[in-house]
Design a protein around this ligand. Structure first.
Ligand SMILES: [Zn+2]
Length: 475
């Protein structure tokens, strides 16, 4: 038995989040009835001309910046020629010799960097729907804007491939370039894998894996392939360069075809499109959407704020919420408590309004008062939420709300004693039952106290007082 080293490279296709297709104005909406989002351009009628969607270029530039790529300032498209029933033009407009981005990298959580070979734009093909004995074709997907992101063969294990994909998805979503929804096919991944004896410098023969529909599927397919190739090499067999299809039901891959070479596609520059120049303005504008990468933010939120991983995950997917959280902490530096209120009551109320965070009007400074007053006992859980609800869409000052709504919590023993006494006197049945050992009666009496103070009683003090009075009056 020999020791082998695993070498993996990944090719990811991400659909960019634009409203229209890459070379025509057809909608990119998912789940439309078959062949309704189509036109002569994306269906490849003779004599029609493609028009490049600038939004695709902007998002592609944004991704290239986020992945630290060198951006080629003059780019052009090429035709990749092949026949397939879901490709009405018999060629795909893609980029070959002059991709948009080159030479980038992606950092894994443990700190290792995977080099990115290239980032290029291309159009998607249609979809075949196979039925019993016949197939149907849906061209809605033809011309969807795709970004192909190709890594260098730097990945050393199936688990590392899994981490690379998670990290890439996080970045693409974070910068708003793609929704990365694998169920909609917005993110697809092919893998190249080869093995070589430990210590050898030349690569072994690589096998391409396709048809993995989840990141776990990619990992499982790679694990299967490591085992298959290790066994073959140990038997002295040569690995054949081929494409294999993963079957997630059987948890096994099977040969699809032997690998085609690039020259089989007869690439040549697309004559219907001009060269495109990428301006400084475009790059500067897209840079402003990139900023701090998720991994850096994750580390910072851990060390600076001591938040839980669960909280941090929410902020990584919601950069604006994260920004709000940080602003609030600047006014009231109790990060955990602030986070509890941002991800708890604030989001609950946003959801209840059937709204989104963008419509929230309450300022960070004003919101910080809700958290602070709750922490100090000036507001209880109920009144703090009420004050928040009154300010969330207006940014009305929390101090003024407390005054006008008379929300300040009643914590004074003397004041509470009056309400406790009344509650006991007016509910003799509950009191008797309490003395007979019925625990719920205490809750009932507490409820009466809360009701009398219109929800403003400090629950902790009120409960202590109630228990004390009941104990002293025990018959
Ligand atoms: Zn179209």
């Amino acid at each position: 038995m020999n020791d082998f080293e695993t070498i993996i490279g990944l090719e990811v296709h991400a659909q960019l989040s634009t409203e229209s297709k890459i070379f025509c104005s057809c909608s990119t909406e998912f789940n439309s009835p078959p062949n309704t989002n189509i036109c002569p351009v994306c269906c490849g009628y003779p004599g029609v001309l493609p028009v490049f969607n600038q939004k695709v270029l902007e998002l592609a530039v944004r991704v290239s910046i986020a992945l630290g790529c060198r951006i080629n300032r003059t780019i052009y498209f090429e035709r990749k020629n092949y026949f397939y029933p879901d490709l009405p033009k018999n060629y795909q407009i893609s980029q070959y010799k002059m991709p948009l981005g080159q030479g980038g990298h992606l950092a894994l959580p443990e700190g290792r960097e995977i080099r990115i070979n290239r980032v290029h734009m291309e159009e998607d093909a249609g979809k075949l729907i196979h039925k019993e004995g016949y197939s149907l074709v849906d061209f809605n997907r033809t011309g969807m804007p795709l970004l192909e992101i190709v890594s260098e063969p730097d990945i050393k294990s199936p688990q590392e491939a899994f981490e690379y994909l998670n990290q890439l998805k996080l970045i693409l979503k974070y910068i708003g370039a793609s929704d990365c929804d694998m169920e909609k096919g917005s993110l697809r991944c092919d893998a190249n894998i080869s093995l070589r004896p430990a210590g050898q410098t030349e690569f072994g023969t690589k096998v391409e894996l396709k048809n993995m529909n989840t990141f776990r599927g990619v990992r499982a397919a790679l694990e299967y392939e490591v085992k298959r190739q290790t066994a073959a090499l140990n038997r002295g067999e040569a690995i054949i360069q081929e494409t294999r299809l993963w079957d997630s039901q059987k948890m096994a891959s099977a040969i699809m075809r032997t690998k085609e070479e690039a020259h089989d596609y007869r690439y040549f520059p697309e004559p219907d499109l001009v060269d495109f120049f990428i301006s400084d303005e475009c790059i500067d504008k897209e840079k402003s959407f990139v900023g701090e990468m998720p991994l850096e933010k994750q580390k910072r939120f851990r060390s600076d704020y001591g938040l839980t991983e669960k909280d941090i995950d929410v902020y990584l997917l919601n950069p604006r919420l994260a920004l709000f959280f940080e602003e609030v902490v600047r006014y009231y530096s109790n990060p955990r408590e602030v986070s509890n209120w941002v991800l708890g009551p604030l989001l609950e109320q946003v959801n209840a309004l059937k709204s989104n965070f963008e419509t929230v009007k309450i300022s960070a400074a004003n919101f910080s008062k809700v958290v602070k007053y709750f922490h100090e006992g000036k507001l209880n859980n109920l009144t703090a939420k009420k004050a928040l609800a009154l300010s969330i869409e207006t940014n009305e000052d929390i101090d003024e709300i407390i005054l006008s709504q008379n929300l300040a919590q009643v914590s004074s023993q003397e004041e509470l004693a009056v309400f406790v006494k009344e509650s006991i006197e007016q509910n003799p049945k509950a009191v008797t039952e309490y003395y007979q050992g019925k625990k719920e009666s205490l809750q009932f009496l507490m409820g009466q106290v809360m009701k009398k103070t219109r929800g403003k009683a400090n629950p902790k003090i009120a409960k202590e007082l109630l228990e004390e009075v009941l104990k002293n009056n025990r018959p």
